[in-house]
Design a protein around this ligand. Structure first.
Ligand code: AMP
Length: 283
């Protein structure tokens, strides 16, 4: 496994590898866990024995709308390299923020529809920051494929829109959410939960499963969302940011019940904001 710390190193390490087969990119912000590992293993399978798997580890300051969240974000670079190695990654790109962004950067990337709802409504500028860094990574790595987790369902939808609208010649793949045995979706932020909130957090998954059953049984979206909010708000120190039932493709209101729906939520467990989601259908 090779490690590139600069754009120049990345380009020169990648150049001889391109002709061999697919180049599959997995962008991450580090503090890697089993959720990231599943994306990396999927990338390895997709790239095949001859292809190249690139993982980027970059805590992107531009996508943080909250300075405290950025400062508290866990960073475990040595451990991350071990995870990458054990998942068969060929090349890790670990730039510094100062190297990634020019001081006088004046370009921005804005998606103007899907970014206005759910997390986009409560985290202004977040998805613009995500699109900017992913676009830069796409230009630097020029992968054939890239893999993103459905844990960040809205992010995946927005990046699919970016690739479509800007004719970026990269195939995106969505990977299933990896969970703890008790149902909590793995997240780099989970280590920041208090013991009490860690113990209570599986209620998120339970409320989503109850929502799926209620939706299949024909319950009204408004009632389903209210039940999820009531369950989670009853936990001491928990504040629900949003719990919404939307069309899984448009992220807008459900207009056709035959289409796949999505219940997405974000909730503050003390100082830690957790997100999760579940796909729903009426049958
Ligand atoms: P992050 O480091 O949080 O930016 O995540 C990097 C990638 O890993 C994103 O595409 C996430 O959606 C994905 N990811 C994070 N947590 C999980 C999880 N529990 N299951 C599957 N994918 C995940």
């Amino acid at each position: 496994m090779q490690t590139a710390y600069t754009k120049e190193e990345l380009r020169s390490m990648l150049a001889p590898l391109r002709a061999r087969g697919p180049v599959v990119l997995v962008p991450t912000m580090g503090a890697l866990h089993e959720g990231h590992a599943s994306l990396l293993r999927q990338a390895r399978r997709l790239a095949g024995a001859e292809g190249t798997v690139v993982a980027s580890i970059f805590l992107n300051p531009v996508q943080f709308d909250n300075a405290g969240d950025l400062a508290a974000y866990p960073q475990t670079p040595r451990q991350d390299l071990h995870v990458c190695e054990s998942c068969g990654v060929d090349l890790v790109f670990m730039p510094t923020p100062g190297h990634m962004y020019s001081k006088d950067r004046s370009m921005a990337m804005e998606e103007t529809c899907l970014s206005t709802v759910l997390c986009g409504a409560s985290r202004p500028g977040h998805f613009a920051g995500v699109c900017l860094v992913v676009c830069k990574l796409f230009n630097l790595v020029q992968p054939t494929d890239a893999i993103f987790g459905k844990k960040d369902y809205q992010q995946l939808a927005i990046l699919r829109r970016m690739v479509r609208d800007l004719d970026i010649p990269i195939t995106l793949h969505g990977a299933e959410i990896v969970r703890e045995a008790d149902g909590l979706a793995l997240s780099s932020r989970n280590v920041r939960l208090s013991p009490e909130h860690r113990a209570a957090a599986p209620a998120i998954r339970r409320s989503l499963l109850a929502a799926r059953a209620a939706y299949a049984a024909g319950d009204a979206p408004g009632d389903i969302c209210a039940a999820v909010k009531a369950t989670l708000s009853a936990i001491p120190g928990v504040r629900v940011d949003y719990a919404e039932l939307v069309d899984a493709a448009t992220l807008g209101p459900i207009s056709d019940e035959n289409r796949l729906a999505l219940l997405a939520l974000a909730a503050w467990f003390g100082e830690v904001r957790l997100i999760d989601n579940i796909e729903l259908s009426r049958s």
